[in-house]
Write a protein that binds this ligand. Structure first.
Ligand code: GLY
Ligand code: MN
Ligand code: MN
Length: 512
């Protein structure tokens, strides 16, 4: 195969919307992904196309954005290697004279933004022919949205045969599918060819995980704006406030401060709703004495923060709420203290767990530090602790049943960057311990002799603690000397939270 280069290039420079990161940042990420393909082949990175329905939202494919900085719908990146020769093309729709949605970039601007030769999408087929795609290994990094993009054109050239499936990058990121093998006339439907999908996947994941200074600046801005939303909600709270009013406060403050869209659907749970991790109906009205958990953050130029606060609608934590809140705050503080280059997440988890245990012992909700129980329906559920006998689980996991941390970035659950399992400078991630006393807690503890004492304990304590959910979540950055909390400007201590809650409550309360 002979690769004919540059036939389609559009290389002259034009004025264009600046990329969100320096051109060199995207170029380095692209190079890392291309370098992972050590043999001949083509990597096709699909951007998102405009949504087919009005109730769907365009969000650029996160892999595509990381590699190009291009936000134009209907774009793609093609990279290839043939022997010692490599190449890259940015594909965007031709610029129309009038775009319904606002100004649009075309190939000229795409080159100015990325530094890559560009092509209009109508020339994609010709490029694939030039690259002899039908006889090449073609790796597809598919877009995140559920509707088809330019990969339909790719598949119309190379066919569906040879699709061997793929993994995922990080949590909630793009699916990678490999299409490979010799096809065309006379080709047999071969077994999946040897391919470099795993290496490309890993490189893409690392390119997303390893944040540049410019990316950190965008995440920092997202976190700062997010703190304003939480402050607005706390200030507005009053006994009987609805979840949707609070959501309005949070999200309105994000937009007012320049947040472009939500990083993820807001979770605003009052009373028992505070104990549901993924509650996002936000339709209930609080009762006096409720705590509210708000997990909400803005996206800023594609990068999401992830912030959770818990506060009492009355403006005063009850003694029981204080015990739970103090334990969660102590867990977050203990974990955050350990953050520095070289620290390991296992250490952070151990520190957080031990603070949570101490709080639960103080509350009387567990038998003792490290105690276990037999869950309803047998063991094997989430949260079984090492060293716990078969069929038993840690009593801590009855109240704390999610992870402590995850990376943030283009996706609110971005891959986190570590080296040899240790944090490095510019790792950016959440620390988000929580305790949730679900009204159904007792139902989860099997009515068996081994649980008798624990069940008696819960029967006594549940009336005091039922419906108290608490999570405190902030975004942390590893610096050369330790840690920088990007979202801690939002009140966290009991004194700070009580001092602000309700201070901006409406004089005339809405009728619910
Ligand atoms: N907001 C999603 C999370 O905390 O992981
Ligand atoms: Mn989180
Ligand atoms: Mn969150």
């Amino acid at each position: 195969m002979r690769i004919r280069l540059v036939l389609f290039s559009t290389l002259f420079v034009a004025t264009a919307a600046p990329a969100q990161l320096p051109m060199a940042d995207h170029a380095a990420k692209r190079q890392a992904v291309l370098d992972a393909m050590t043999h001949d082949g083509i990597i096709f990175v699909e951007g998102t196309v405009a949504p087919p329905r009005e109730d769907q939202t365009f969000i650029q494919s996160q892999n595509f954005q990381a590699l190009t900085g291009i936000l134009q719908p209907g774009s793609a990146l093609v990279m290839w290697r043939k022997g010692a020769v490599t190449g890259q093309r940015i594909i965007v729709p031709a610029k129309p004279a009038y775009a319904w949605e606002g100004d649009q970039i075309g190939p000229v601007e795409a080159t100015a933004i990325t530094g890559m030769p560009s092509l209009p999408s109508a020339s994609l087929r010709a490029l694939l022919d030039t690259l002899d795609a039908t006889h090449s290994k073609v790796y597809l990094l598919a877009q995140d949205a559920g509707w088809p993009g330019l990969s339909t054109q790719l598949k119309s050239v190379v066919g569906d045969s040879g699709v061997i499936g793929g993994g995922r990058i990080g949590r909630g990121a793009a699916t990678i599918v490999a299409i490979g093998g010799a096809r065309g006339a006379g080709a047999t439907a071969a077994a999946p060819p040897e391919n470099e999908l795993a290496a490309i996947t890993r490189a893409m994941s690392q390119a997303r995980a390893k944040k540049t200074d410019a990316e950190i600046a965008l995440i920092r801005r997202a976190a700062q704006i997010s703190t304003l939303g939480h402050i607005a909600a706390m200030r507005y709270a009053y006994p009987g406030v609805s979840e949707y009013e609070l959501r309005g406060q949070v999200e309105g403050a994000f937009l007012t401060a320049g947040g472009e869209r939500l990083g993820y659907p807001s979770i605003v749970g009052a009373g028992a709703n505070s104990t549901y991790l993924h509650y996002s109906a936000d339709t209930s009205v609080s009762k006096p004495g409720d705590v509210v958990v708000i997990d909400a953050a803005t996206d800023y130029k594609g990068y999401s923060a992830d912030v959770t606060r818990t506060f009492p609608v009355n403006g005063k934590f009850s003694p029981e709420q204080k015990i739970i809140y103090s334990a969660v705050l102590a867990a977050q503080t203990a974990a955050a203290k350990l953050v520095k280059p070289g620290a390991r997440m296992t250490e952070l988890n151990a520190a957080a767990d031990s603070a949570l245990w101490r709080g639960l012992v103080k509350a009387g909700l567990v038998d003792s530090m490290g105690a276990t129980y037999v869950p309803t329906g047998g063991g094997g559920g989430r949260g079984g602790a090492a060293g716990v006998g078969a069929g038993t689980q840690s009593q801590l996991r009855l109240f704390y049943f999610h992870g402590l941390s995850h990376g943030i970035g283009l996706n609110v659950h971005d891959p986190n960057y570590t080296e040899n399992g240790a944090l490095v400078v510019n790792s950016v991630f959440t620390i988000e311990p929580g305790l949730y006393v679900r009204p159904s807690t007792l139902d989860m503890v099997a009515d068996v002799p081994a649980n008798a004492a624990f069940r008696e304990r819960l029967k006594k304590m549940m009336p005091k603690y039922s419906g108290i959910g608490t999570r405190i979540e902030d975004d942390f950055l590893v610096t050369p000397t330790g840690v920088d909390c990007l979202s801690c400007a939002s009140p966290r201590t009991i004194a700070e939270v009580e001092a602000i809650t309700g201070k901006g409550a409406p004089r005339v309360k809405p009728k619910h």
